[in-house]
Structures are given as structure tokens and as C-alpha cells.
Write a protein that binds this ligand. Structure first.
Ligand code: 4AD
Ligand code: MG
Length: 432
């Protein structure tokens, strides 16, 4: 007899099978016991009929504690009431591992308690659904990038460069030298683009963000494409196509997960339509000032209420383009139409999820780059290799970075980014 997972149930209707599972909940009345089960793949129901099994098995079913692991034998039946459409008519139960006093019960728990038990909280149906969506975004990302001819290059995590400014760096020792944990692989990806044309990275990045918000993690995953011979406008088109692609795939491949999360797919459908609206930084400031935001003026960076308001004027994700050069990193190309701004854009997600992508065209000219490195107080020694890229066949190039966890939070519709990572690193929290 085969041991199957719940995902295979459709091929085994009416057949007797073994399944491995954990008990998430149970209820019984007289002659029937219902076991709520999960096998890691799905959540489903096992039905135990008193008249159908030995007394021992029925008593065992009634006594199973939450999170006991079991091997069960039973018959797969169709069940229109269950999410999956199938349930298991149980014939026999063997306990694999007992469970006593499982701390997370079906009642409500506070966030701190759940975060302290993150290693167990992951077993819940909501967390399961979020990780499915995360996994799908990763899968669709690789698919899209491969289809579009990008190759994956992995930048180092231990580095001596600080592309996004020096205030949020994690310092470490690299033997006798000083080093940081990477806050972005971009500079290395620029070198890779000059070698391989279109490249992308996908890996962990680190920022010692001192702010406690629902959008910031200390350790997060970023996907960073970098493209030789691609200018700003073309980069924006690639960004919107890519984002629309992952939204499409999440809608198509995560139906159960989205249902579990109560995520309205009609809403998500709107995000599959491109192009996405564009508004310049200057226009955005005017829009804010006209709408009663008098706490911000030209030259200031947006806070999340500002981003949320601007995005709320549109139905899709939007690009805010051409920020002032003084609030953006040293590597961005000046906007030839207004050199107080740069050729960059942030993609702002709707529904208050804020910036999900930051990107720009990069400086091509050696002297301009050298000047900026000085101006930003960066060491020319540490960036010698990066300057070299402008010495030997420098070409226009652009790239961007999307924060995986921000994208997951947005597409799942969850309140806080901490639930998008299996073991999130947050301000003052490194346990578990
Ligand atoms: O806008 P950022 O800082 O851009 C860069 O790092 C560029 N070097 C990317 C590039 O052009 N290759 O970060 C990019 C994205 C943000 O839009 C956001 O989605 C995410 O990374 N991000 C964070 N996500 C979670 N927690 C944080 N603390 C984040 N900081 C940035
Ligand atoms: Mg940014």
C-alpha cells in the first residue's frame, strides 16, 4: 500500500493509503471523531467512525493531543466541504511521536508569544499559506529571469563596500580587515553585467535598521537584476513586466493559500495590468502639499504616510521617478533634463505596502563617479575595482532591487513583514 501526501489525494479516490501527519485539532461526539490533520503539504480532515474501527483505534483517536505525529491508514474520499475537496476515512492510527502541552493552542496569542515560538508557529495554516506564496514568488522569479535571458550571479555577502550608505551597516572583522555584511549586491552585479550582459542575484542582505516598522527587517532577501546597454526607461518596463508576472503566477498557483489568507484575487488581478503609472518625485511633492501634507518639502525623503497617500491615488503599483540626487546613493546617473535629480525610480505598492523596488540607471562616466565617491566620503581604495568598470568599455546600464519580503507582505495582504520570513531577524530579536 502506498504512502501518499494530501496533494496526491485526487489520484487515490476510493483507495486505501497510508499518510503521515500531525494532529492540529480534533473533536468527537459519540460515534464519530474528526481529526484536523496536516501533512506539511496541506491541511485536511480525517474521519473516524466508531463502528468502522477497533475500540482501541477509536479511543486513541479521541485521545490524540495537538501536534502528535501519526501514521494513518485510510480511504481517500471526496468531500466538497473541505478546502481541498478530499478527506480521509481513517481505518488505523499509529502514533509516531507524542506531543504534550503544545504551547500554541487554537485560542488567540499575543505577537510576542508567537514570535518566541516562531519555530512552532510556522506550523499554522496561515504561516503555511504565506510561505507558499513566498515560494511561488521565488519560483516565478527564476522562471521569468531565465525566460528573459538573465543569468544568476551570486555576489559576496562579506564585503568591503557599502552601496546604500554607511549608517545601517553590520560590521564584522575579516581577519585583520574591517568588513560588512552585504546591504546590496548591486556593485558586484554591475561588474557581472559587464561580463555577462543581463544578470540577477537573489540572496540575503542585511541592514542594521534602528527603526521598528511593519516594513523593515534586519535580514531580508533581495533580487537584483543588472542590465548592460539598458537605459532607465527600459528598466522600468522590465520591472513592471516582472512584477505583473509574479502577481499572475501567485494568483494562478496559490489559490488555496490566498483563500486561507482571505486575499481578494480580484484586487490582485489589477496588478497584472501594465504599464504601471509614473509620477515624478517633484509631482509627488506637489500632490502631497496640495493634499494637506505640510510636513514635507522638495528635497525631503518620503515617509510611509507619504508613500501610502501617493499610492492610494492609483489602482496599480506606481513608479515615483527622478528623486533629488542628494537623497539617493552615489552611483545614480544624473537626470540630463534636471541635474538636481537622478534617473531613478522606486516602485510603490498599493494598499499601504510601500516601496517594493528601488532602481536606477548608473553613472557611466569615470570622472563623475570618482567625484561622487569623494563627495559621499567613501574610500577610493575600497572602490577601485568598481571604478575600473568605467575605464574599460563603460556602457549605459541599469538595475533594480526588489525586496522579497515586501513583495510577500503585499501579495498575501498581511499586516506585518515579520510573518513573511520563516525566522525573521527584527530589531532586538534574534531568537529563535
Ligand atoms: O531601495 P534599496 O535600498 O535599493 C538597493 O539596495 C539597490 N542597490 C538595489 C539595486 O538597484 N540593485 O532596496 C531595494 C529594496 C527596497 O525597495 C525594499 O523592497 C527592500 O529592498 N528593502 C527592505 N526590505 C525589508 N527590510 C528592509 N530593511 C529593507 N530595505 C530595503
Ligand atoms: Mg530604496
Amino acid at each position: 500500500m502506498e504512502t501518499i501526501t494530501m496533494r496526491q489525494a485526487k489520484d487515490f479516490v476510493g483507495q486505501e493509503v497510508y499518510m503521515n501527519a500531525w494532529v492540529t485539532n480534533k473533536r468527537s461526539s459519540g460515534k464519530i471523531a474528526f481529526l484536523q490533520l496536516r501533512d506539511g503539504v496541506a491541511f485536511f480532515q480525517g474521519v473516524v467512525l466508531k463502528n468502522d474501527v477497533s475500540e482501541e483505534v477509536f479511543d486513541l483517536a479521541k485521545s490524540l493531543n495537538q501536534e502528535t505525529s501519526i501514521k494513518i491508514r485510510g480511504i481517500i474520499q471526496e468531500d466538497s466541504r473541505s478546502n481541498l475537496g478530499y478527506e480521509l476515512l481513517v481505518k488505523d492510527i499509529q502514533v509516531i511521536g507524542e506531543s504534550h502541552d503544545y504551547p500554541i493552542t487554537p485560542k488567540e496569542h499575543g505577537t510576542d508569544f508567537l514570535m518566541d515560538h516562531r519555530h512552532l508557529w510556522l506550523r499554522s495554516s496561515k504561516q503555511h499559506a504565506i510561505m507558499q506564496v513566498r515560494n511561488e514568488i521565488i519560483r516565478a522569479t527564476y522562471e521569468y529571469m531565465n525566460q528573459e535571458g538573465f543569468i544568476k550571479v551570486d555576489p559576496p555577502i562579506l564585503t568591503g563596500s557599502a552601496p546604500e550608505g554607511t549608517t545601517e551597516l553590520f560590521h564584522t572583522k575579516y581577519f585583520d580587515e574591517d568588513a560588512f555584511l552585504s546591504q546590496s549586491g548591486q556593485l558586484y552585479m554591475e561588474a557581472a553585467a559587464m561580463a555577462f550582459g543581463k544578470v540577477f542575484s537573489f540572496g540575503p542582505t542585511f541592514r542594521a535598521e534602528k527603526s521598528k516598522t511593519r516594513r523593515h527587517l534586519i535580514e531580508f532577501w533581495m533580487m537584483e537584476p543588472e542590465m548592460a546597454f539598458v537605459e532607465h526607461e527600459e528598466s522600468l518596463q522590465i520591472q513592471e513586466q516582472y512584477v505583473a508576472y509574479i502577481v499572475r503566477n501567485v494568483i494562478d498557483h496559490c489559490q488555496l493559500a490566498l483563500k486561507t489568507l482571505g486575499r481578494d484575487t480580484e484586487q490582485l488581478e489589477k496588478y497584472t495590468k501594465t504599464p504601471y503609472p509614473r509620477i515624478s518625485y517633484t509631482e509627488a511633492i506637489e500632490l502631497l502639499n496640495k493634499n494637506g501634507f505640510d510636513d514635507i518639502k522638495w528635497g525631503d525623503d518620503f515617509g510611509s504616510p507619504h508613500e501610502t497617500f501617493i499610492a492610494s491615488q492609483y489602482e496599480q503599483p506606481i513608479f515615483i521617478t527622478n528623486y533629488p540626487k542628494d537623497i539617493k546613493p552615489f552611483y545614480m546617473k544624473l537626470n540630463p533634463e534636471d541635474p538636481s535629480t537622478v534617473l531613478c525610480a522606486d516602485m510603490i505598492a498599493p494598499e499601504g505596502y510601500g516601496e517594493i523596488i528601488g532602481g536606477s540607471e548608473r553613472i557611466v562616466d569615470y570622472d563623475l563617479l570618482a567625484e561622487n565617491i569623494k563627495k559621499f566620503g567613501l574610500s577610493e581604495d575600497a572602490y577601485g575595482w568598481y571604478m575600473d568598470l568605467r575605464k574599460y568599455g563603460s556602457v549605459p546600464h541599469s538595475g533594480f532591487g526588489i525586496g522579497l519580503e515586501r513583495a510577500v507582505a503585499w501579495l498575501t495582504g498581511i499586516e506585518h513583514i515579520r510573518e513573511t520570513s520563516a525566522f525573521p531577524r527584527l530589531l532586538n530579536r534574534i531568537y529563535p
